[in-house]
Design a protein around this ligand. Structure first.
Ligand SMILES: NC(=O)c1ccc[n+]([C@@H]2O[C@H](COP(=O)([O-])OP(=O)(O)OC[C@H]3O[C@@H](n4cnc5c(N)ncnc54)[C@H](OP(=O)(O)O)[C@@H]3O)[C@@H](O)[C@H]2O)c1
Length: 281
């Protein structure tokens, strides 16, 4: 009999996580005798949990709020980009060592590449709204992909300035209210703030200055169509919602744990869309 490989997502709370739906879809699709569960872990229990990770029979997993930074400090980080981020969202074993990595930035780039195939990061002028954890992961990867200039507007300017210190002079910090000034020279606009999320205030920015070729992306995925994306579509700009990033960030973890690189397909998107919209397929 083939042993069942087990992975999980840890967080506190964890009920909201869509990762089991996503990984469960791939396990079934590829006929893999594995499982993927939600495991609630209180912050005070995190160290014990990580020490007992292998003993529980787990081969890896995902990490969500509020544990991303604390786990980073307690596992081995082997890739230089994740070392710069200070947070991990994916756990895996290399030999017997529990390692952590961040796949959010990869997920963002893969999602843009899949949904806007003619967009190229090499030489791109990108404007990012927000300077939190997701912004940091995206900046690291799009710089590696060749972005020319990344303007970062954030409510707390100091956080955007820190990104320049960490990633270099291609990152241009700016006050929140100045974002519209750089839109005429923007090829890709990305919202990484929580504005526009269900229950939060909408993001209000006048998109009139964006050139017609610009792509607008919102990494918020509840709701799928945020006020920012509605405004971009009203201007006939190409848009990318946050669901692609969610699906693609899960690919490297699944491959490490279960040995197959899974595909992000319209069927998977339809399943998650239905879940987000509270429908049954
Ligand atoms: N699609 C995906 O796969 C994916 C992955 C990761 C995250 N996300 C989404 O991305 C969003 C950010 O996540 P995160 O982990 O980066 O969070 P975070 O580290 O807490 O950062 C939050 C960001 O939002 C800004 N912000 C919050 N309230 C604001 C307001 N009222 N006005 C202006 N700016 C405000 C913060 O600005 P300050 O610095 O001034 O506080 C900061 O830049 C969340 O909605 C999350 O669900 C999506």
């Amino acid at each position: 009999m083939i042993a069942k490989r087990q992975a999980c997502v840890i967080g506190w709370p964890i009920d909201h996580s869509r990762s089991p739906l996503l990984h469960g879809f791939w396990l079934e699709k590829y006929g893999i005798p594995g499982r993927y569960d939600r495991i609630p872990v209180r912050p005070e229990d995190l160290s014990d949990f990580l020490h007992g990770f292998r003993a529980r029979g787990l081969v890896g997993g995902n990490v969500t709020l509020p544990h991303k930074e604390a786990v980073f400090r307690q596992v081995t980080v082997r890739d230089p980009l994740t070392a710069k981020l200070g947070a991990v969202n994916t756990l895996y074993f290399e030999d017997d060592t529990l390692c952590g990595t961040s796949t959010d930035g990869y997920g963002f780039v893969a999602s843009i590449e899949q949904e806007v195939p003619d967009f190229t990061f090499s030489g791109a002028r990108v404007t990012i709204l927000g300077a939190g954890g997701a912004s940091r992961s995206i900046i690291g990867v799009i710089l590696e992909a060749g972005a020319q200039k990344i303007s970062v507007a954030n409510r707390s300017l100091a956080r955007a300035e820190q990104l320049r210190s960490d990633f270099g002079p291609q990152v241009i910090p700016m006050e929140w209210g100045r974002a519209e000034d750089v839109l005429p020279g923007t090829d890709l606009l990305v919202n990484t703030t929580s504005l526009g999320m269900a229950g939060k205030a909408p993001l209000t920015i006048d998109l009139a200055g964006l050139p017609g070729h610009a792509v607008v992306s919102d990494i918020v995925y509840v709701p799928l169509t945020t006020p920012l994306l509605t405004a971009a579509r009203a201007r006939n700009l190409r848009t990318v919602d946050g669901l692609g990033m969610l699906m693609h960030q899960a690919v490297p973890g699944f491959e490490r744990w279960f040995g197959i690189r899974p595909e992000v397909t319209p069927e998977l998107r339809a399943l998650l869309e239905a879940d987000i919209e509270g429908r049954r397929l």
